[in-house]
Design a protein around this ligand. Structure first.
Ligand SMILES: *[C@@H]1O[C@H](CO)[C@@H](O)[C@H](O)[C@H]1NC(C)=O
Ligand SMILES: *[C@@H]1O[C@H](CO)[C@@H](O)[C@H](O)[C@H]1NC(C)=O
Length: 457
């Protein structure tokens, strides 16, 4: 640390408290230095300050032309100018290629004060809602562990999504134990590998059928099985609207007392001209006691027509929605103080079975597939990337039911963690659905990664 003579003299004259202040002004800011986000009660914090997500969903090319925007340093830097202009502090990316380097973009984002919410899945490496038992296997876990290992090292990785819209109606809630098991495994991996405890949670589809049950389910049971936050997609506020007309007041009511941070992983209904009037509600005390902001769908114009900008090579054209969102953000500040968050937090009771809307037989989870346990101690190693062979029909599936606490930190040999499983006969009924046509399965897989409602439109 270099301190010049002039500032030292001033510091000595004014007293010791000034010494630190003077010193920091002469120290160069570390490249990409940014305060990691933490969870307290039902809110996110940046140091001692409440943190609200002001973000957009960011996947230029969408699902049809899958590309990793964080591996594209030039594209990333081009778009950071727009992110700053919009007043964003977060972007969400649906898929990254874990065989690529991400340093340059992640550091540039950190320099701009922007965090990343990252989905760990890709179209080829994901839980298949049509066959969750088979797709929850060691090849899949190796991929997502490698992704997490790679991104936990960046201080501006805000959160990991363990899954996106895997459950998109009542019957597919049968896949919920697998989504929860994946969440448990990712948290266990971070702790066992001594990585930063980046918050891990699930992004739910915009469905009324079982939104609340899924939120409760992801926050019930032992601590190792509970998520760090919950998020859902919400397109119910269509301008012109209001807090009451949109029904957002009812959702605040229903989620009051929920013990985890909650945010919108996609919002921005485009039925009518978008003015993003919901922004002023989302960051007001009408909602901030329960919600921590959200992510607008989406940055780039794709076939579903939700874009804020149109990208053509180096050229980024601002569309009308861009100005609308920029205006909405610029006239909406965060509430003063802590925004009435609930500092208690805590677990929910598991929801009771209510088929077909909530079709989960028991609170038991599948144990981690045996061959994946070694990754907890030895590390996942090299990621297979977008060109990997995929995991849905690969590897070894889970054959046992986990006991409570199985997701705790694994140390030493893998036999330590395998001793915490017991026979499947005592609990979980593997939720297998009858044969699904391949075409449906393919749509399922893509939509699991990139947003069901939008792809199927
Ligand atoms: C709120 O909860 C009630 C009771 O469970 C339910 O009927 C209603 O649909 C929920 N409202 C919203 C907007 O989720
Ligand atoms: C705060 O959270 C706790 C635990 O989830 C809950 O029991 C309590 O009702 C909440 N308080 C308010 C004011 O929402």
């Amino acid at each position: 640390m270099k301190v010049n003579i002039a500032s030292l003299v001033t510091a000595f004259t004014l007293g010791t408290s000034t010494v630190l202040g003077a010193a920091t002004t002469t120290t160069t800011k570390k490249r990409g230095s940014i305060t990691p986000i933490t969870v307290k009660g039902n809110a996110f914090f940046q140091g001692d300050d409440r943190f609200y997500i002001r973000g957009v969903d960011y996947q230029p090319g969408g699902s049809s032309k899958l590309a990793d925007p964080i591996a594209d340093a030039d594209g990333c830097k081009r778009d950071i100018q727009k992110f700053k202009d919009l007043g964003l502090n977060t972007v969400r990316v649906y898929s990254v290629d874990n065989s690529q380097d991400h340093d340059e973009c992640m550091n540039a984002l950190a320099d701009a004060g922007i965090y990343l919410v990252l989905d760990v899945n890709t179209p080829k490496y994901a839980i298949n809602r049509a066959d969750p038992q088979k797709s929850y296997n060691d090849v899949y876990l190796q991929y997502i562990f490698a992704t997490v290992e790679m991104f936990a090292k960046y201080d501006n990785t805000l959160a990991f999504f363990s899954g996106n819209e895997v459950i998109n109606d009542g019957p597919s809630s049968k896949a919920a134990p697998y989504v929860k098991a994946v969440t448990r495994d990712l948290r266990s991996y971070l702790r066992s590998r001594d990585l930063r405890h980046v918050p891990v949670g699930y992004s739910a589809a915009d469905i009324d059928t079982n939104r609340l049950e899924m939120a409760q389910y992801m926050n019930c049971g032992t601590d190792d099985e509970r998520s760090d936050f919950f998020a859902f997609n919400d397109y119910s506020w269509c301008d012109p609207s209001s807090f009451q007309i949109s029904g957002w007041d009812q959702k605040v009511k229903n989620f009051t007392g929920y013990g985890l941070p909650l945010f919108l992983s996609e919002y921005g209904c485009n039925t009518n001209t978008r003015k993003f009037e919901e922004v002023s509600s989302l960051y007001s005390t009408d909602m901030t006691g329960v919600y921590s902001g959200g992510l607008v769908y989406e940055y780039s114009q794709e076939s579903s027509k939700y874009g804020l900008v149109e990208i053509n090579g180096d050229n980024v054209k601002e569309l009308p929605d861009y100005d609308a969102l920029k205006t909405a953000f610029s006239k909406t500040s965060n509430p003063k103080g802590d925004g009435d968050y609930n500092s208690t937090g805590g677990a929910d009771a598991c929801p009771t079975k209510n088929a077909p809307n909530w079709d989960v037989d028991s609170d038991f989870l599948p144990a981690m597939p045996a061959p994946a346990k070694k990754y907890l101690t030895a590390g996942a190693g090299q990621g297979k990337g977008f060109s990997g062979g995929g995991s849905m029909d690969a590897g070894t599936e889970s054959t046992t039911t986990a006991t409570a606490g199985s997701g705790a930190v694994a140390t030493g040999t893998s036999s330590t963690s395998s001793s915490t499983s017991k026979s499947a006969a005592s609990g979980l009924q593997p939720p297998r659905l009858a044969m699904t046509p391949i075409a449906v399965g393919f749509v399922t897989v893509l939509s699991t990664v990139l947003g069901a409602s939008l792809i199927l439109l």
